[in-house]
Design a binder for this molecule. Structure first.
Ligand code: AMP
Length: 407
């Protein structure tokens, strides 16, 4: 690369939203952030923050992703809006969060026409997410045509899984013909906290064994062996694994056949298991949010909320316990994501269930380590140390973009 990379714009495009953060990579500081919501819908909303300046504007002009990214770039160079940059030329690279990289991408990739075509070929595996990523990529390429664009894949970190982890007990032809296997998601977050954990533990990354618990509205737990993903709870899609805010997590797959025979359509079942299941389905208060669940259980004494919490934490415990067995030696358990970083009640419930394995934690620290504050949660005599490590997926995307282009 002829031009040195200083400022990296990170873009995370959804079907009707586009979140962004701008980083200075010399200092790894965030210069600006915000999002455009309701893209292509009336009353689009633009939220922007930089240099002490902030604005929330609705309606704004965002009929498509190209217009949305134009809005972002124009704000970045607007002297009346904090004047973050002097011109578009100050953006040296763009890192795009891309959900599904299939088996093709085990590392960040420069978004050439060929790579974009490969991401398009993977739409079959991520019918909701990859089209949105592509809209973001294509919009940004139109607005910033002379800048390198890099795809960072949520699935890439998990590509190191051995076949015994990623293959299902299904006919090999399904794997070979249709790519039916475990891919895993949240890879950028699992990678970020794994690297942080190695730093905290003072161990070389390639000798670090950890269990990373990314617990949020969507959740996944990974077993990391020698710094690489050995297994992860999500599957071919993000539906598998632990129970989540609106996703069921694991359940008997024959239930789907049963429901089809009962006359439910595939679309109804899809919506039910992805958007209407999990905490939302069980809590009985119409919410998938952990704060509401804890309040319903502890303040309103809701039995349904208690059952939902117990079921949730039961599923976490099964994965953490199973991964301890798979790894043999575990240097640390890491809690991250909106719930892992903030919900002391959920951590308490999980760690209490792990007490039989000699895992012990400090109750005061559990309450203290919240709202972005990370640190050691376990006591000295715990068989496995437990840490809260706030994740930073955007910074990881910026770093990976920077590293690829600086090679
Ligand atoms: P994420 O998907 O990682 O943004 O996480 C969202 C989840 O984190 C939601 O269930 C929130 O209720 C939960 N969460 C965020 N902040 C808190 C908090 N202060 N206490 C408990 N749960 C929280």
């Amino acid at each position: 690369m002829s031009k040195s990379i200083r400022n990296v714009l990170v873009v995370n495009a959804g079907s009707s939203s586009l979140k962004f953060m701008l980083f200075n990579m010399e200092t790894e500081t965030m210069l600006a952030k915000g999002q455009v919501e309701r893209i292509g819908i009336e009353n689009s909303l633009f939220t922007y923050e930089t240099n002490g300046f902030s604005e929330k504007k609705s309606p704004c002009e965002a009929p498509n992703h190209t217009a949305a990214i134009e809005l972002v770039c124009n704000a970045l160079i607007d002297a009346n809006k904090g004047g973050c940059l002097s011109s578009f030329d100050d953006i040296d690279a763009v890192g795009h969060r891309t959900v599904h990289g299939g088996e093709k991408f085990s590392a960040p990739a420069l978004l050439t026409d060929e790579v974009i075509a490969q991401i398009r070929d993977l739409i079959i595996l991520a019918p909701l997410h990859n089209p949105a990523s592509l809209q973001g990529i294509e919009g940004c390429k139109k607005v910033l045509p002379n800048v390198p664009h890099v795809g960072i894949f949520d699935t890439a970190f998990h590509q190191t899984m051995p076949e015994e982890s990623y293959r299902y007990g299904l006919p090999t032809a399904l794997y070979e013909k249709h790519g039916v296997r475990k891919y895993g998601f949240h890879g950028t977050s699992h990678k970020f906290v794994t690297q942080k954990a190695a730093e905290i533990l003072g161990k070389p990354l390639d000798e670090t064994n950890v269990i990373t618990c990314h617990l949020g509205n969507g959740s996944s737990i990974s077993a990391i062996k020698n710094g690489k993903c050995f297994d992860t709870s999500m599957g071919m899609t993000p539906l598998a694994g632990v129970m989540m805010g609106t996703r069921s997590g694991d359940f008997d797959p024959a239930i789907i056949l049963f429901l089809l025979k009962q006359g439910y359509t595939p679309e109804q079942i899809d919506a039910m298991v992805n958007k209407e299941a999990g905490v939302l389905a069980m809590a009985g208060n119409g919410s998938s949010d952990m704060r509401d669940l804890v309040a319903a259980r502890d303040e309103q004494g809701s039995k349904e909320a208690k059952l939902a919490m117990d079921r949730l934490v039961h599923s976490y415990t099964m994965y953490v316990g199973g991964y301890i067995a798979l790894l043999g030696r575990v240097d640390a358990i890491i809690m991250t994501g909106g719930i892992g970083e903030n919900s002391d009640k959920t951590r308490e419930a999980l760690l209490d269930r792990l007490a039989g394995l000699g895992i012990k934690y400090d109750h005061d620290k559990n309450v203290e380590l919240r709202f972005g504050k990370g640190g050691l949660l376990s006591t000295e005599d715990s068989t496995i140390p437990v840490y809260v490590v706030p994740t930073n997926e955007e910074l990881m995307i910026a770093r990976e973009t920077f590293e690829l282009l600086s090679k």
